[in-house]
Design a protein around this ligand. Structure first.
Ligand code: FAD
Length: 449
Protein backbone atom coordinates (compact mmCIF):
# COMPACT_ATOMS: atom_id res chain seq x y z
CA UNK A 1 0.00 0.00 0.00
CA UNK A 2 2.78 2.37 0.93
CA UNK A 3 4.50 2.06 -2.43
CA UNK A 4 1.19 2.54 -4.25
CA UNK A 5 0.64 5.76 -2.29
CA UNK A 6 4.17 6.90 -3.05
CA UNK A 7 3.49 6.18 -6.72
CA UNK A 8 0.49 8.55 -6.62
CA UNK A 9 1.82 11.51 -4.63
CA UNK A 10 5.58 10.95 -5.03
CA UNK A 11 7.79 9.45 -2.29
CA UNK A 12 8.52 12.92 -0.87
CA UNK A 13 4.82 13.43 -0.11
CA UNK A 14 4.18 10.28 1.89
CA UNK A 15 5.69 9.53 5.26
CA UNK A 16 5.88 6.91 8.00
CA UNK A 17 8.52 8.81 9.94
CA UNK A 18 7.80 8.92 13.68
CA UNK A 19 8.32 12.64 13.86
CA UNK A 20 5.72 13.36 11.18
CA UNK A 21 3.28 10.80 12.56
CA UNK A 22 3.44 12.58 15.93
CA UNK A 23 2.71 15.91 14.23
CA UNK A 24 -0.43 14.45 12.71
CA UNK A 25 -1.55 12.62 15.85
CA UNK A 26 -3.49 15.55 17.30
CA UNK A 27 -5.11 18.89 16.55
CA UNK A 28 -4.82 22.24 18.34
CA UNK A 29 -6.93 20.89 21.20
CA UNK A 30 -5.96 18.74 24.15
CA UNK A 31 -7.64 15.52 23.04
CA UNK A 32 -5.39 12.51 23.64
CA UNK A 33 -3.30 11.90 20.48
CA UNK A 34 -3.28 8.83 18.25
CA UNK A 35 -0.59 8.05 15.67
CA UNK A 36 -1.72 7.39 12.08
CA UNK A 37 0.00 4.66 10.05
CA UNK A 38 1.11 7.12 7.40
CA UNK A 39 0.56 10.64 6.12
CA UNK A 40 0.09 11.63 2.49
CA UNK A 41 0.11 15.17 1.10
CA UNK A 42 -1.54 15.17 -2.34
CA UNK A 43 -1.02 18.19 -4.56
CA UNK A 44 -4.07 17.80 -6.77
CA UNK A 45 -7.71 16.75 -6.57
CA UNK A 46 -6.93 13.81 -8.85
CA UNK A 47 -4.31 12.56 -6.38
CA UNK A 48 -6.87 12.75 -3.55
CA UNK A 49 -9.22 10.52 -5.54
CA UNK A 50 -6.41 8.06 -6.34
CA UNK A 51 -5.35 7.85 -2.66
CA UNK A 52 -8.96 7.09 -1.74
CA UNK A 53 -9.06 4.25 -4.28
CA UNK A 54 -5.99 2.68 -2.68
CA UNK A 55 -7.44 3.08 0.82
CA UNK A 56 -10.68 1.53 -0.40
CA UNK A 57 -8.79 -1.45 -1.82
CA UNK A 58 -6.99 -2.07 1.51
CA UNK A 59 -10.02 -1.00 3.65
CA UNK A 60 -7.82 1.48 5.50
CA UNK A 61 -9.20 4.37 7.53
CA UNK A 62 -8.71 7.75 5.84
CA UNK A 63 -8.67 10.93 7.90
CA UNK A 64 -8.83 14.18 5.95
CA UNK A 65 -6.96 17.02 7.59
CA UNK A 66 -6.79 20.75 6.86
CA UNK A 67 -4.75 22.96 9.17
CA UNK A 68 -5.51 20.73 12.18
CA UNK A 69 -6.66 23.83 14.04
CA UNK A 70 -9.75 22.26 15.66
CA UNK A 71 -9.92 22.05 19.44
CA UNK A 72 -12.20 19.02 19.56
CA UNK A 73 -10.09 16.17 18.14
CA UNK A 74 -11.88 16.28 14.77
CA UNK A 75 -8.84 15.24 12.67
CA UNK A 76 -7.31 12.88 15.28
CA UNK A 77 -6.90 9.44 13.61
CA UNK A 78 -8.88 7.49 16.20
CA UNK A 79 -8.51 4.21 14.25
CA UNK A 80 -5.06 5.03 12.84
CA UNK A 81 -4.89 4.56 9.02
CA UNK A 82 -3.94 7.23 6.45
CA UNK A 83 -4.07 10.94 7.21
CA UNK A 84 -4.58 12.96 4.02
CA UNK A 85 -3.13 16.42 4.52
CA UNK A 86 -5.11 18.66 2.16
CA UNK A 87 -3.03 21.81 2.52
CA UNK A 88 -1.34 21.00 -0.81
CA UNK A 89 -4.60 21.79 -2.67
CA UNK A 90 -4.01 25.48 -3.13
CA UNK A 91 -5.59 26.72 -6.32
CA UNK A 92 -7.92 29.73 -6.30
CA UNK A 93 -9.88 30.57 -9.42
CA UNK A 94 -11.93 33.67 -10.10
CA UNK A 95 -14.30 32.12 -12.57
CA UNK A 96 -16.10 34.98 -14.25
CA UNK A 97 -14.98 38.41 -15.44
CA UNK A 98 -16.72 40.36 -12.66
CA UNK A 99 -15.58 37.92 -9.96
CA UNK A 100 -19.11 37.18 -8.71
CA UNK A 101 -17.93 33.90 -7.28
CA UNK A 102 -14.63 32.31 -6.41
CA UNK A 103 -13.55 28.68 -6.59
CA UNK A 104 -11.04 27.53 -4.02
CA UNK A 105 -9.45 24.14 -3.52
CA UNK A 106 -9.89 22.60 -0.08
CA UNK A 107 -6.44 23.50 1.28
CA UNK A 108 -6.69 27.22 0.59
CA UNK A 109 -6.69 29.27 3.78
CA UNK A 110 -9.19 32.04 4.40
CA UNK A 111 -6.82 34.99 4.42
CA UNK A 112 -5.46 33.87 1.01
CA UNK A 113 -8.90 34.10 -0.64
CA UNK A 114 -9.56 37.43 1.06
CA UNK A 115 -6.28 38.82 -0.31
CA UNK A 116 -6.84 37.55 -3.87
CA UNK A 117 -10.34 39.02 -3.97
CA UNK A 118 -9.29 42.30 -2.40
CA UNK A 119 -6.99 42.94 -5.33
CA UNK A 120 -10.10 42.82 -7.53
CA UNK A 121 -12.15 45.06 -5.27
CA UNK A 122 -14.23 42.18 -3.90
CA UNK A 123 -14.58 40.26 -0.67
CA UNK A 124 -16.25 37.16 0.73
CA UNK A 125 -19.27 37.41 3.02
CA UNK A 126 -18.06 35.27 5.89
CA UNK A 127 -14.38 35.93 6.51
CA UNK A 128 -13.52 32.58 8.04
CA UNK A 129 -13.18 31.57 11.68
CA UNK A 130 -10.85 33.47 14.01
CA UNK A 131 -8.20 31.02 12.95
CA UNK A 132 -8.52 32.46 9.41
CA UNK A 133 -4.74 32.92 8.94
CA UNK A 134 -4.29 29.12 9.17
CA UNK A 135 -7.66 27.31 8.85
CA UNK A 136 -8.50 25.80 5.44
CA UNK A 137 -11.79 26.30 3.65
CA UNK A 138 -12.27 22.52 3.34
CA UNK A 139 -11.71 21.90 7.07
CA UNK A 140 -13.97 24.80 8.00
CA UNK A 141 -16.82 23.57 5.82
CA UNK A 142 -16.32 20.06 7.16
CA UNK A 143 -16.92 21.31 10.71
CA UNK A 144 -19.44 24.04 9.84
CA UNK A 145 -17.16 26.64 11.44
CA UNK A 146 -18.71 29.78 12.84
CA UNK A 147 -17.14 32.69 11.00
CA UNK A 148 -16.48 36.39 11.24
CA UNK A 149 -19.65 38.00 9.82
CA UNK A 150 -22.04 35.32 11.08
CA UNK A 151 -24.33 37.97 12.61
CA UNK A 152 -25.07 39.23 9.10
CA UNK A 153 -24.69 36.15 6.88
CA UNK A 154 -25.47 33.19 9.16
CA UNK A 155 -23.82 29.77 8.82
CA UNK A 156 -21.18 28.85 6.23
CA UNK A 157 -23.81 27.09 4.11
CA UNK A 158 -25.34 30.46 3.17
CA UNK A 159 -22.15 31.37 1.26
CA UNK A 160 -21.49 28.08 -0.50
CA UNK A 161 -22.60 27.79 -4.13
CA UNK A 162 -21.45 24.23 -4.56
CA UNK A 163 -18.87 21.64 -3.59
CA UNK A 164 -16.71 19.10 -5.30
CA UNK A 165 -16.29 16.02 -3.15
CA UNK A 166 -14.21 12.83 -3.46
CA UNK A 167 -16.15 9.86 -2.09
CA UNK A 168 -14.80 6.82 -0.24
CA UNK A 169 -14.42 4.79 -3.45
CA UNK A 170 -12.48 7.58 -5.15
CA UNK A 171 -15.33 8.78 -7.35
CA UNK A 172 -15.90 12.53 -7.63
CA UNK A 173 -19.24 14.30 -7.26
CA UNK A 174 -20.14 17.94 -7.85
CA UNK A 175 -23.14 19.37 -6.00
CA UNK A 176 -25.59 22.15 -6.92
CA UNK A 177 -25.65 23.59 -10.44
CA UNK A 178 -22.31 21.96 -11.34
CA UNK A 179 -23.96 18.52 -11.14
CA UNK A 180 -24.78 19.36 -14.73
CA UNK A 181 -21.35 18.87 -16.33
CA UNK A 182 -22.11 21.72 -18.72
CA UNK A 183 -22.67 24.20 -15.88
CA UNK A 184 -20.51 25.80 -13.20
CA UNK A 185 -20.84 25.95 -9.37
CA UNK A 186 -23.09 29.03 -9.26
CA UNK A 187 -26.20 27.85 -7.41
CA UNK A 188 -26.63 25.45 -4.55
CA UNK A 189 -30.42 25.08 -4.35
CA UNK A 190 -31.24 23.19 -7.51
CA UNK A 191 -31.67 19.70 -8.99
CA UNK A 192 -33.83 18.47 -6.11
CA UNK A 193 -32.29 17.45 -2.80
CA UNK A 194 -29.56 19.77 -1.46
CA UNK A 195 -26.57 17.47 -1.47
CA UNK A 196 -24.18 20.32 -0.60
CA UNK A 197 -25.66 20.47 2.88
CA UNK A 198 -24.90 16.80 3.41
CA UNK A 199 -21.18 17.53 3.57
CA UNK A 200 -21.29 20.74 5.65
CA UNK A 201 -20.41 19.76 9.21
CA UNK A 202 -19.89 16.08 8.31
CA UNK A 203 -16.30 16.08 9.66
CA UNK A 204 -14.94 14.20 6.66
CA UNK A 205 -17.08 11.15 7.44
CA UNK A 206 -19.07 11.23 4.18
CA UNK A 207 -16.49 12.42 1.65
CA UNK A 208 -13.44 14.61 1.19
CA UNK A 209 -14.24 18.14 0.03
CA UNK A 210 -11.76 18.99 -2.73
CA UNK A 211 -13.16 22.30 -3.94
CA UNK A 212 -15.74 24.92 -2.98
CA UNK A 213 -17.39 27.77 -4.81
CA UNK A 214 -18.17 30.83 -2.66
CA UNK A 215 -20.21 33.99 -3.20
CA UNK A 216 -18.31 37.28 -3.42
CA UNK A 217 -19.42 40.85 -2.69
CA UNK A 218 -18.17 44.36 -3.44
CA UNK A 219 -15.77 45.62 -0.79
CA UNK A 220 -17.54 47.73 1.79
CA UNK A 221 -16.71 51.43 2.15
CA UNK A 222 -16.94 51.80 5.88
CA UNK A 223 -16.78 49.93 9.20
CA UNK A 224 -17.61 50.91 12.76
CA UNK A 225 -17.04 49.17 16.08
CA UNK A 226 -18.90 49.43 19.37
CA UNK A 227 -18.58 48.02 22.87
CA UNK A 228 -21.07 48.14 25.74
CA UNK A 229 -21.11 47.03 29.34
CA UNK A 230 -24.20 45.53 31.03
CA UNK A 231 -25.12 44.90 34.64
CA UNK A 232 -27.09 41.72 33.90
CA UNK A 233 -26.97 38.82 31.46
CA UNK A 234 -30.62 39.42 30.64
CA UNK A 235 -29.92 42.99 29.50
CA UNK A 236 -26.94 41.90 27.42
CA UNK A 237 -29.03 39.16 25.74
CA UNK A 238 -31.82 41.69 25.07
CA UNK A 239 -29.28 44.00 23.42
CA UNK A 240 -28.00 41.18 21.17
CA UNK A 241 -31.58 40.19 20.35
CA UNK A 242 -32.31 43.78 19.29
CA UNK A 243 -29.32 43.75 16.92
CA UNK A 244 -30.53 40.45 15.44
CA UNK A 245 -34.12 41.57 15.03
CA UNK A 246 -33.19 44.68 13.06
CA UNK A 247 -30.35 42.95 11.16
CA UNK A 248 -27.81 45.49 12.28
CA UNK A 249 -24.47 43.88 13.02
CA UNK A 250 -21.96 42.30 10.65
CA UNK A 251 -20.42 40.54 13.65
CA UNK A 252 -21.39 40.54 17.32
CA UNK A 253 -19.90 38.84 20.38
CA UNK A 254 -20.64 38.75 24.08
CA UNK A 255 -18.24 38.33 27.03
CA UNK A 256 -19.56 36.74 30.18
CA UNK A 257 -16.51 35.22 31.82
CA UNK A 258 -14.09 36.79 32.03
CA UNK A 259 -15.44 40.23 31.13
CA UNK A 260 -12.47 42.30 29.91
CA UNK A 261 -11.36 44.84 32.53
CA UNK A 262 -11.89 47.71 30.08
CA UNK A 263 -15.59 46.75 29.79
CA UNK A 264 -16.39 45.75 33.35
CA UNK A 265 -19.90 44.96 34.66
CA UNK A 266 -21.65 41.56 34.46
CA UNK A 267 -21.39 41.16 30.67
CA UNK A 268 -19.94 42.92 27.65
CA UNK A 269 -21.17 43.14 24.05
CA UNK A 270 -18.98 44.12 21.10
CA UNK A 271 -20.15 44.45 17.53
CA UNK A 272 -18.97 45.54 14.16
CA UNK A 273 -20.93 47.24 11.37
CA UNK A 274 -20.08 47.23 7.69
CA UNK A 275 -21.53 48.89 4.59
CA UNK A 276 -21.52 52.22 2.79
CA UNK A 277 -20.66 55.28 4.90
CA UNK A 278 -24.30 56.30 5.19
CA UNK A 279 -25.46 52.74 5.99
CA UNK A 280 -22.88 52.38 8.75
CA UNK A 281 -23.94 55.73 10.19
CA UNK A 282 -27.61 54.82 10.12
CA UNK A 283 -27.02 51.34 11.58
CA UNK A 284 -24.80 52.89 14.25
CA UNK A 285 -27.58 55.23 15.38
CA UNK A 286 -30.12 52.40 15.45
CA UNK A 287 -27.76 50.20 17.42
CA UNK A 288 -27.08 52.91 20.01
CA UNK A 289 -30.81 53.14 20.65
CA UNK A 290 -31.04 49.37 21.13
CA UNK A 291 -28.12 49.45 23.57
CA UNK A 292 -29.68 52.34 25.53
CA UNK A 293 -33.01 50.53 25.84
CA UNK A 294 -31.15 47.47 27.20
CA UNK A 295 -29.34 49.71 29.75
CA UNK A 296 -25.93 49.32 28.08
CA UNK A 297 -23.07 51.62 28.99
CA UNK A 298 -20.92 52.68 26.06
CA UNK A 299 -17.21 51.78 26.29
CA UNK A 300 -15.38 53.92 23.73
CA UNK A 301 -12.51 52.48 21.66
CA UNK A 302 -12.68 48.92 23.02
CA UNK A 303 -14.71 47.55 20.06
CA UNK A 304 -12.14 48.66 17.51
CA UNK A 305 -9.21 47.49 19.62
CA UNK A 306 -10.86 44.09 20.07
CA UNK A 307 -11.76 43.44 16.43
CA UNK A 308 -8.46 44.68 15.06
CA UNK A 309 -6.56 42.46 17.48
CA UNK A 310 -8.77 39.43 16.90
CA UNK A 311 -6.07 37.10 15.64
CA UNK A 312 -4.21 37.44 18.93
CA UNK A 313 -7.27 37.61 21.19
CA UNK A 314 -6.54 34.24 22.82
CA UNK A 315 -2.88 34.90 23.51
CA UNK A 316 -3.56 36.15 27.03
CA UNK A 317 -5.45 33.01 28.00
CA UNK A 318 -2.64 30.83 26.63
CA UNK A 319 -0.06 32.87 28.46
CA UNK A 320 -1.86 32.43 31.76
CA UNK A 321 -2.79 28.78 31.56
CA UNK A 322 -2.14 27.20 28.16
CA UNK A 323 -1.22 25.81 25.80
CA UNK A 324 -3.81 23.11 26.58
CA UNK A 325 -7.20 24.04 25.13
CA UNK A 326 -10.58 22.37 24.63
CA UNK A 327 -13.85 23.91 23.63
CA UNK A 328 -17.51 22.97 23.62
CA UNK A 329 -20.11 25.03 21.79
CA UNK A 330 -23.54 25.07 20.20
CA UNK A 331 -26.63 27.07 19.29
CA UNK A 332 -29.69 28.21 21.24
CA UNK A 333 -32.38 30.90 20.87
CA UNK A 334 -30.87 34.28 21.88
CA UNK A 335 -33.15 34.93 24.84
CA UNK A 336 -32.39 31.53 26.39
CA UNK A 337 -28.77 32.51 26.74
CA UNK A 338 -28.88 33.80 30.35
CA UNK A 339 -30.40 30.55 31.70
CA UNK A 340 -27.84 28.24 30.14
CA UNK A 341 -24.98 30.66 30.89
CA UNK A 342 -25.97 30.62 34.58
CA UNK A 343 -25.85 26.82 34.61
CA UNK A 344 -22.36 26.90 33.14
CA UNK A 345 -21.21 29.48 35.70
CA UNK A 346 -22.71 27.31 38.42
CA UNK A 347 -20.78 24.32 37.03
CA UNK A 348 -17.52 26.23 37.44
CA UNK A 349 -18.38 27.63 40.85
CA UNK A 350 -18.72 24.07 42.12
CA UNK A 351 -15.24 23.24 40.78
CA UNK A 352 -13.59 26.53 41.69
CA UNK A 353 -11.13 25.16 44.21
CA UNK A 354 -10.02 22.22 42.09
CA UNK A 355 -9.66 24.37 38.95
CA UNK A 356 -7.62 26.91 40.89
CA UNK A 357 -5.31 24.23 42.24
CA UNK A 358 -4.63 22.89 38.72
CA UNK A 359 -4.42 26.39 37.21
CA UNK A 360 -7.30 25.56 34.88
CA UNK A 361 -8.86 28.66 33.29
CA UNK A 362 -12.13 28.89 31.44
CA UNK A 363 -14.07 31.40 29.42
CA UNK A 364 -17.71 31.82 28.46
CA UNK A 365 -18.95 34.07 25.70
CA UNK A 366 -21.41 34.19 22.82
CA UNK A 367 -21.51 34.91 19.11
CA UNK A 368 -24.58 36.15 17.31
CA UNK A 369 -25.68 34.08 14.33
CA UNK A 370 -28.48 35.81 12.34
CA UNK A 371 -31.32 34.14 14.26
CA UNK A 372 -29.64 32.34 17.14
CA UNK A 373 -26.73 32.63 19.49
CA UNK A 374 -23.66 30.45 19.72
CA UNK A 375 -22.47 29.65 23.21
CA UNK A 376 -18.79 28.66 23.39
CA UNK A 377 -17.05 27.51 26.56
CA UNK A 378 -13.25 27.28 26.37
CA UNK A 379 -11.08 25.46 28.89
CA UNK A 380 -7.34 26.06 29.21
CA UNK A 381 -4.60 24.31 31.14
CA UNK A 382 -0.91 23.59 31.07
CA UNK A 383 -0.74 20.20 29.33
CA UNK A 384 2.57 19.41 30.96
CA UNK A 385 0.61 18.76 34.13
CA UNK A 386 -0.89 15.36 33.51
CA UNK A 387 -3.60 15.76 36.13
CA UNK A 388 -4.69 19.09 34.64
CA UNK A 389 -4.87 17.58 31.15
CA UNK A 390 -6.96 14.68 32.40
CA UNK A 391 -9.26 17.01 34.33
CA UNK A 392 -9.93 19.36 31.42
CA UNK A 393 -10.84 16.36 29.28
CA UNK A 394 -13.31 15.33 31.99
CA UNK A 395 -14.69 18.88 32.36
CA UNK A 396 -15.12 18.99 28.60
CA UNK A 397 -17.30 15.88 28.58
CA UNK A 398 -19.27 17.00 31.63
CA UNK A 399 -19.94 20.39 30.05
CA UNK A 400 -21.05 18.78 26.80
CA UNK A 401 -23.48 16.67 28.77
CA UNK A 402 -24.79 19.70 30.67
CA UNK A 403 -25.17 21.88 27.58
CA UNK A 404 -26.53 19.41 25.04
CA UNK A 405 -28.88 17.77 27.53
CA UNK A 406 -29.95 21.33 28.39
CA UNK A 407 -31.09 21.90 24.80
CA UNK A 408 -27.99 23.33 23.10
CA UNK A 409 -27.42 22.00 19.55
CA UNK A 410 -23.78 21.14 18.92
CA UNK A 411 -21.72 22.27 15.96
CA UNK A 412 -18.05 21.61 15.18
CA UNK A 413 -18.38 18.68 17.51
CA UNK A 414 -15.45 16.39 16.90
CA UNK A 415 -15.80 13.23 18.91
CA UNK A 416 -17.00 14.97 22.02
CA UNK A 417 -20.66 14.65 21.34
CA UNK A 418 -21.00 11.74 18.95
CA UNK A 419 -22.45 9.72 21.80
CA UNK A 420 -24.90 12.55 22.51
CA UNK A 421 -26.12 12.85 18.90
CA UNK A 422 -26.67 9.09 18.96
CA UNK A 423 -29.43 9.68 21.49
CA UNK A 424 -31.48 11.62 18.96
CA UNK A 425 -33.03 8.51 17.40
CA UNK A 426 -34.33 9.31 13.93
CA UNK A 427 -31.75 12.00 13.08
CA UNK A 428 -28.87 9.69 13.91
CA UNK A 429 -30.47 6.69 12.18
CA UNK A 430 -30.78 8.69 8.96
CA UNK A 431 -27.15 9.82 9.20
CA UNK A 432 -26.08 6.18 9.71
CA UNK A 433 -28.04 5.07 6.64
CA UNK A 434 -26.45 7.78 4.51
CA UNK A 435 -23.01 6.90 5.89
CA UNK A 436 -23.54 3.21 5.11
CA UNK A 437 -24.46 4.07 1.52
CA UNK A 438 -21.60 6.47 0.89
CA UNK A 439 -18.95 4.69 2.94
CA UNK A 440 -20.00 1.03 3.34
CA UNK A 441 -16.69 -0.03 4.93
CA UNK A 442 -16.62 2.92 7.34
CA UNK A 443 -13.19 4.05 6.21
CA UNK A 444 -13.77 7.82 6.25
CA UNK A 445 -12.76 9.34 9.61
CA UNK A 446 -14.11 6.31 11.50
CA UNK A 447 -15.18 6.78 15.09
CA UNK A 448 -15.73 10.51 14.65
CA UNK A 449 -19.50 10.96 14.39
C1 FAD B 1 -6.92 30.56 17.45
C2 FAD B 1 -8.08 29.75 16.97
C3 FAD B 1 -9.29 30.39 16.73
C4 FAD B 1 -10.39 29.65 16.28
N1 FAD B 1 -11.56 30.30 15.99
C5 FAD B 1 -12.63 29.61 15.54
C6 FAD B 1 -13.84 30.30 15.22
O1 FAD B 1 -13.94 31.51 15.29
N2 FAD B 1 -14.89 29.54 14.79
C7 FAD B 1 -14.80 28.18 14.64
O2 FAD B 1 -15.77 27.55 14.24
N3 FAD B 1 -13.65 27.53 14.93
C8 FAD B 1 -12.57 28.20 15.36
N4 FAD B 1 -11.40 27.54 15.62
C9 FAD B 1 -11.33 26.10 15.37
C10 FAD B 1 -10.81 25.74 13.95
O3 FAD B 1 -9.74 26.58 13.61
C11 FAD B 1 -11.88 25.93 12.88
O4 FAD B 1 -13.03 25.20 13.14
C12 FAD B 1 -11.37 25.62 11.44
O5 FAD B 1 -12.42 25.93 10.56
C13 FAD B 1 -10.92 24.21 11.21
O6 FAD B 1 -10.27 24.17 9.96
P1 FAD B 1 -8.99 23.25 9.71
O7 FAD B 1 -8.54 23.47 8.32
O8 FAD B 1 -7.99 23.48 10.77
O9 FAD B 1 -9.66 21.83 9.87
P2 FAD B 1 -9.06 20.53 10.65
O10 FAD B 1 -8.98 20.85 12.10
O11 FAD B 1 -7.84 20.06 9.99
O12 FAD B 1 -10.22 19.47 10.38
C14 FAD B 1 -11.49 19.64 10.90
C15 FAD B 1 -12.37 18.46 10.54
O13 FAD B 1 -12.67 18.48 9.16
C16 FAD B 1 -12.19 17.31 8.49
N5 FAD B 1 -11.63 17.81 7.25
C17 FAD B 1 -10.58 18.62 7.06
N6 FAD B 1 -10.45 18.94 5.77
C18 FAD B 1 -11.44 18.30 5.12
C19 FAD B 1 -11.85 18.23 3.76
N7 FAD B 1 -11.21 18.89 2.79
N8 FAD B 1 -12.92 17.47 3.44
C20 FAD B 1 -13.60 16.80 4.39
N9 FAD B 1 -13.27 16.82 5.70
C21 FAD B 1 -12.20 17.57 6.04
C22 FAD B 1 -11.20 16.70 9.44
O14 FAD B 1 -11.13 15.29 9.31
C23 FAD B 1 -11.77 17.09 10.79
O15 FAD B 1 -12.79 16.20 11.15
C24 FAD B 1 -10.29 28.26 16.10
C25 FAD B 1 -9.06 27.61 16.37
C26 FAD B 1 -7.99 28.33 16.79
C27 FAD B 1 -6.70 27.61 17.04
Amino acid sequence: MYSLLAGIVGPENVSREDFELWCYSRDAGSVFPQLPECVVTPKSKKQVAEVLKVADRYKKPVIPRGAGSSMCGAPVPLKRGIVIDLTGLKRIKIQDEGGLFVRAEAGVIWTEIIEVLKQRGRGIGLEGPWSAPSATVGGSIAVGAICMGTAKYGGLGTQILGLEVALADGSIVKTGSAANPKNEMVMRDCNGADLTGLFIGSHGTLGIITEVSLKTYPLHQAEAYYAYSFESLEDAAKAVYGLAKDEIAFDCRMFVYPVPEEIGGRAGVVYMLKGSTSQVQELGEKSKKIMRLAHGKNIPKFGEQYYKGRFTARVKAFGEAGPGWLEVAGYIPILRYPDIAKEIINFWEKREEEAKKLNVKWSLGALLETHSINIPVAIFCNEVKREAWQRINNYWHELAELMYEGGVSPYWIGHISSHIVKRWGSYYQLYKRIKKTLDPDNTLNPGML
